[in-house]
Ligand binder design. Structure first.
Ligand SMILES: [Cu+2]
Length: 147
C-alpha cells in the first residue's frame, strides 16, 4: 500500500501552473504596480507646498515643529538670508526621534521628551534642505526660497 501511495505522489506534481486569461494577468499586474507607485508617493513625494515660517521679533523667522511619529509640519518654507529659529516640540517617546540632523548645515540637535528645543540656522542660499532623525527614517524638508 505504501509503495502505491508513493508512486502516485511521484506522478502528481506538487505545483502546477493554472493558465489565466491575459486580461486577468494584466489586471493583477496593474494593481501591483498601482500599489508600488502609491507607496513611493506616500514615502517620497513632497506633500503640499509647505508651511510658511512666521516672522518673529528682530527679523527672525520662526517655526514650531511637533515631533510625533513624524515632523509636523514636515515641510517648511522660509526666506533665504534671514535667520531662522526652529523649535521642536517632541511628544513621541520613541528614541528614533531623539535627535534631529541638518546635514547641509552640519548641525544636529538633541530633543528631550516632552520639551521644546530650538536651533538657530541661517539659510543663506535658496534650495531644498532635508533634515531627519538620527537614523534617517523620519524626514522633513526646509524649502528655502529667494527673498
Ligand atoms: Cu529615527
Amino acid at each position: 500500500m505504501t509503495c502505491c501511495t508513493l508512486a502516485l505522489a511521484a506522478t502528481v506534481p506538487l505545483w502546477r501552473t493554472i493558465d489565466q486569461p491575459p486580461a486577468l494577468k494584466l489586471l493583477v499586474a496593474s494593481i501591483g504596480l498601482a500599489f508600488i507607485v502609491g507607496e513611493l508617493w506616500w514615502f517620497l513625494a513632497p506633500h503640499g507646498s509647505g508651511v510658511e515660517a512666521r516672522q518673529g521679533s528682530d527679523g527672525r523667522q520662526e517655526v514650531t515643529i511637533t515631533v510625533d511619529g513624524g515632523y509636523d509640519p514636515p515641510r517648511i518654507r522660509v526666506v533665504a538670508g534671514q535667520p531662522l529659529r526652529l523649535t521642536f516640540h517632541r511628544i513621541d517617546p520613541s528614541s528614533c526621534v531623539a535627535q534631529v540632523i541638518f546635514p547641509d548645515f552640519q548641525r544636529s540637535l538633541d530633543l528631550p521628551l516632552e520639551a521644546s528645543t530650538s536651533i538657530d540656522l541661517l539659510p543663506a542660499q535658496p534650495g531644498l534642505y532635508p533634515f531627519h532623525c538620527g537614523m534617517n527614517m523620519v524626514r522633513g524638508m526646509l524649502d528655502v526660497v529667494a527673498a
